[in-house]
Each structure stands twice: as C-alpha cells, then as structure tokens.
Design a protein around this ligand. Sequence first.
Ligand code: ASP
Length: 321
Amino acid sequence: MKHRKLVILGTGGTIAGKAAHASDNIGYTAAEVGIEQLIAAIPALHGSGSIISEQVSQIDSKDMSFEVWAQLANRVRHFLADDDVQGIVITHGTDTLEETAYFLQMTCQPAKPVVLTCAMRPATALAPDGPQNVMDAVVVASHPEACGVVVVCAGTVHSAMDVQKVHPYKLDAFGSGDAGPVGYVEEGKLRLLRNWPVPQADIALLAIEKIAIWPRVEIVMNYAGASSLMVRALVDQGVRGLVVAGTGNGTIHEDLQAGLLSSQAAGVRIVRSTRCVDGKVLSLSGCAIADSQGLSPVKARIALILDLAAEDARSSAVGQA
Ligand code: ASP
C-alpha cells in the first residue's frame, strides 16, 4: 500500500513555547519543546498510522533565515520524493509563517500536501491551541486530494499564496484576504470551499543547495512624507532589489518614486505592491515599475529574491559552459 507515512517536521515557534505560568499566554519563550515531545502530548495522534518526526530547527520564527528555509525546503523535497509519504506537517511560529509557506510553495511545488501549522499560545498554557491545530493539520495532510502548501490554524485552511497573519494575539490569527480560505476542518473532517491551490508547474525548481549568497532584497513603505532617503541608503549598501509597499493601488510619494526610478535605471529591480490587506495591485498604464502580481510585500520580496537567484544560476551555468 502506498502513502502510509505522515511526516511531521518541527521548526520552533510558540507551539513549542514554554511560559513560567500556565496562565501566561504571551510572556513565554518560543521554541523550547522538541517535536517528539509535542507529538507525545497529543495522544489522539497515536492512532493516525505511521508518523515520522524530525526537528529541522528550533527558533522563534521572527528570527527566520534563508539558511533555515533552505534546510527546510531540502527536507521537504527529500520526504516528498518518498513514495510512501502521504503528506507533510510542519510546526512553525506564526510571525513569518506566511513567508515560509510561500517560500516552500515556490521552491518545492509539492504535488502532495505540505501543511504548516502553529499556535498562538505556548505549549504550557492552560488551554493550548497547538494540539488541536496539529490534529487539524494531520487531517489535511492525510486527505487523498490535498496538494500544495497550505496553512492550518484555528480550524481554517489557507493557501500559501493568500495567507497573512492578521492579528497579534487572537487564536484565529490568520486571514486569506478577499480570496477567502481554502476550507475548514470540522471535527476531523475537511470541508473544502474551493479548489486546492495549483502548484506552479511552469517555473524550474531552483537548486537551493547551490545558493551560497541569497540576493539582498529589502522592502520600503510609502506613507505621508515618504522620501527617497531609505532607497539611497539601501542602494548604497548594494541591495539588488526593492519592493515598495505602496499606498492604495501601489501608489508612491513623488519623492520616493524618484529615488526608486533612478535606482531602477541603475539596475536595481523594483516591484510595486500594496500595504492594503485585501485586494491586489492592478497594473497602471504608463507605470514604469512592475507590479507584484497580487503578492503581498513580504511575498513579493521572496518572489524577487528567487527570481534573482535563478538569474544568478543561469548566468553561472553560462559562465561554466
Ligand atoms: N514569535 C512567535 C514565532 O513566530 C510567535 C508565534 O509562534 O505565535 O515563532
């Protein structure tokens, strides 16, 4: 029989957090409890067939790095290639969960489910939310039709493309903007609301292990009184790309825009997105700055980094030929 195994990878976060008192839901240290211990604390999981667990990292996700991402993507690719593996669950902090989800979607393009889950309360809380989230994530990762990277939190399934953390402390801390969630997990059953997010099949998978230096891309924001000061400082530091979190439909203060346009003319890649939570930037005729194709500023940054890394890989392949 195929697809008998479920993989659970631990990366840290509040779900693995410890506080001094059970009543403390916010004064805790993230990333303290190991993945095996987390799984052991969920007896209901033990009847869910064969589970393989692995600790990939143990960090507060606010400190996420490209090194951890590369390591995680490599482990995900490794387990996805095992015909016996049905799906993967990843426990992760909530702060940069949407970025990791998007990174994994783009670098692994999984045809099987890769389900990130998390918690807003530490493992030591009187009523921790992590165990139920893991149970729900296992339901999604075991679903025969599930595919692609999704996030499960508070019984809601979000696609990697749309998910965003929208609340600093509520248990239901994520939203999918106006795209809406993919579905809900209700008492161990998945109720699908729309199609599974289609994995990107048209872009070549990057050889992540060969990337020694990740291209530096930063985010600047538009706001009242914004200027090109930050842009000049960042370009002086050698950034290769800038994403602007514009106002409204990606609009940019004239002073900031002048700085961005001259950087673009000097070879820095510039992408225009919006700081609005819902909707997406629409292309403006005559606008010299490319738009983010519906991606939020943090995801547009990852897309640009991956694009530049792919460009580097192509030119080094040409150089070696
Ligand atoms: N700072 C924590 C983290 O992202 C927050 C959480 O997991 O809820 O790891």
